[in-house]
Design a protein around this ligand. Structure first.
Ligand code: SF4
Length: 244
């Protein structure tokens, strides 16, 4: 394993959503789907569109998994088509679901602050999620975040793979375990591998780091600040991938 911050080659893993030279249009309803844990099977399939607007339009009626049933909006990625850097989170949260835009809730604000602190303008990045619909559990009137399962992540890689194929960024930042598993498979672990830049596909690098919501969950202020500074250190690695 190379030093942190160096680009590393890894053996091909499971989800290579972007490497298929011939995107396959499959019928989601007819497609066989493996049990969770069998390894992502949509590795070489993703949607096919000429531009992000077209892809966004295609995605709106998506029923590839059940998450569309209880969500308000499909939350697609946003940002410039020419972005050198793509940030990939887990899934929309409560506010994102209601408004229909990614990373506009508390975790998004914290991410914005951290990006600003390292001198990165969020508007220069494309920001999206591994899963496009909000998964939650109802507690009274509250909608509490529920983690998408492996099958849902695999299903939604259909859209993420197409976004990356169209964007062809230099760097993809995997924010948290769900994004890491969608982009790199199960062998890469966030807490063990954070800060590494991995080169899985021959097309772009992937920086592994935490999801900013993890910082919001830390109650003890000293610990939270320590983790925030480590997150900042990870984000600094983005700068060299941005055109000046
Ligand atoms: S979560 Fe993704 S795969 Fe599932 S219905 Fe929504 S857009 Fe489709």
């Amino acid at each position: 394993m190379g030093d942190r911050g160096e680009r590393e080659q890894i053996e091909p893993l499971s989800v290579r959503v972007w490497i298929n030279p011939k995107p396959v249009r499959a019928s989601p309803m007819l497609e066989k789907f493996p049990s969770a844990g069998a390894g992502p099977s949509l590795a070489y399939e993703h949607a096919d569109a000429a531009a992000l607007d077209e892809l966004r339009y295609q995605a709106q009626p998506c029923m590839r998994c059940d998450l569309y049933r209880n969500a308000t909006h499909l939350v697609f990625g946003e940002g410039p088509e020419t972005a050198d850097v793509v940030l990939v989170g887990e899934q929309p949260g409560d506010k994102e679901d209601l408004v229909g835009r990614p990373f506009i809730g508390p975790a998004g604000h914290l991410l914005d602050q951290c990006l600003q602190e390292v001198g990165i303008d969020r508007d220069r990045c494309y920001i999206t999620n591994a899963v496009k619909h909000f998964k939650y559990q109802l507690r009274g009137k509250k909608r509490l975040h529920a983690r998408p399962n492996a099958g849902e992540v695999q299903r939604c890689a259909w859209w993420l793979g197409a976004e990356l194929e169209l964007l062809r960024p230099k760097l993809v930042v995997a924010l948290g375990a769900t994004a890491v598993s969608s982009l790199l498979g199960s062998k890469i672990k966030v807490m063990r591998d954070r800060g590494r830049i991995i080169h899985p596909s021959g097309k772009f690098d992937v920086l592994v780091t935490i999801h900013p919501s993890a910082l919001l969950r830390i109650r003890e202020s000293e610990e939270r600040e320590k983790s925030r500074l480590t997150f900042i250190k990870d984000l600094k690695k983005i700068r060299s991938f941005l055109r000046h």
